[in-house]
Design a protein around this ligand. Structure first.
Ligand SMILES: [Zn+2]
Length: 273
């Protein structure tokens, strides 16, 4: 779960939403990749303390969430990683795992390899995602709808959101079987937001009902697939996507970016959401 953008949750619902988010994980042990500036304050500190006490791990997601693309230099990017570490490493749940903002790992081979060396030098591992999705966009649309209409029933988002996650899980699992000849221990990317405070419990139940099981984030990252360093540029996206891209055999099948709001906007527009 990424970002810990707690300020994006409407204030009047924040406290109950945050309680539900944590509670909905139940016994599943997650990795919370925190953006330093989001938690560099009293409220953020409380969140990280609570999640650490509940047995979840805390990972590094840079200080200000500027993706490694565009004008950011690797040096600025690295400064942001170390600055975030200074905020995060006091929590018992902190582990040296890093997640690239927007899963962008470098636009050129030079930058990509430079970052890989940097992370290795500081004992960081890449908290790669196998199942990428656009829950952040569903959340954005939900918030916009609620702002427009006080009486809007957020339950309207439940089914479209569950369908989206299930569809993406099926896609990446199938791609994994085609590329690697097997399924993997999947890591699903979701965000700390209102949408998941409402429906993460339902997402987890849905997977269970469809025959999937849960393992802790530690155990998932033990899958050897997470040691792979795909040779692709631009680097990043879902790890399964990148491994497929690297083979050169799926070019007609792989969209870029792998996930984005542009694919989901028509779906939600059509539903009037
Ligand atoms: Zn993020």
């Amino acid at each position: 779960m990424d970002d810990v953008s707690w300020k994006s949750i409407p204030e009047d619902r924040r406290s109950s939403a945050e309680e539900r988010l944590l509670a909905s994980l139940g016994k599943t042990r997650a990795f919370l990749f925190a953006v330093g500036e989001n938690v560099d304050n009293r409220h953020g500190a409380d969140i990280l303390t609570r999640w650490s006490s509940a047995g979840h791990h805390i990972g590094n997601h840079t200080y200000s969430h500027i993706p490694l693309a565009g004008k950011t230099t690797p040096e600025e990017f690295e400064t942001g990683i170390m600055r975030a570490e200074g905020v995060l490493d006091k929590y018992s749940g902190f582990r040296r795992w890093f997640r690239f903002p927007a899963l962008k790992e470098g636009q050129t081979r030079e930058v990509r390899d430079h970052m890989r060396s940097f992370l290795a030098l500081f004992d960081y591992r890449n908290g790669a995602v196998t199942i990428d999705a656009s829950d952040w966009y569903y959340n954005q649309r939900l918030l916009a709808r609620m702002k427009l209409d006080d009486a809007f029933d957020s339950a309207h988002f439940r089914e479209p959101y569950l369908n989206h996650i299930w569809d993406r899980a099926q896609y990446y699992d199938q791609l994994s079987r085609e590329v690697l000849g097997r399924s993997v221990a999947h890591t699903l990317l979701v965000h700390y937001n209102l949408l998941n405070s409402l429906f993460l419990g339902d997402v987890l139940s849905m997977f269970r009902a469809k025959g999937w099981g849960y393992i802790g984030a530690d155990e998932a990252f033990d899958d050897p697939v997470f040691k792979r360093l795909p040779d692709t540029v631009p680097a990043g996206e879902s790890l399964i996507w990148a491994l497929a891209k690297e083979t050169g055999k799926f070019d007609g099948k792989l969209r870029y970016p792998g996930e984005d709001s542009v694919y989901e906007k028509p779906v939600l527009d059509k539903l009037g959401l």
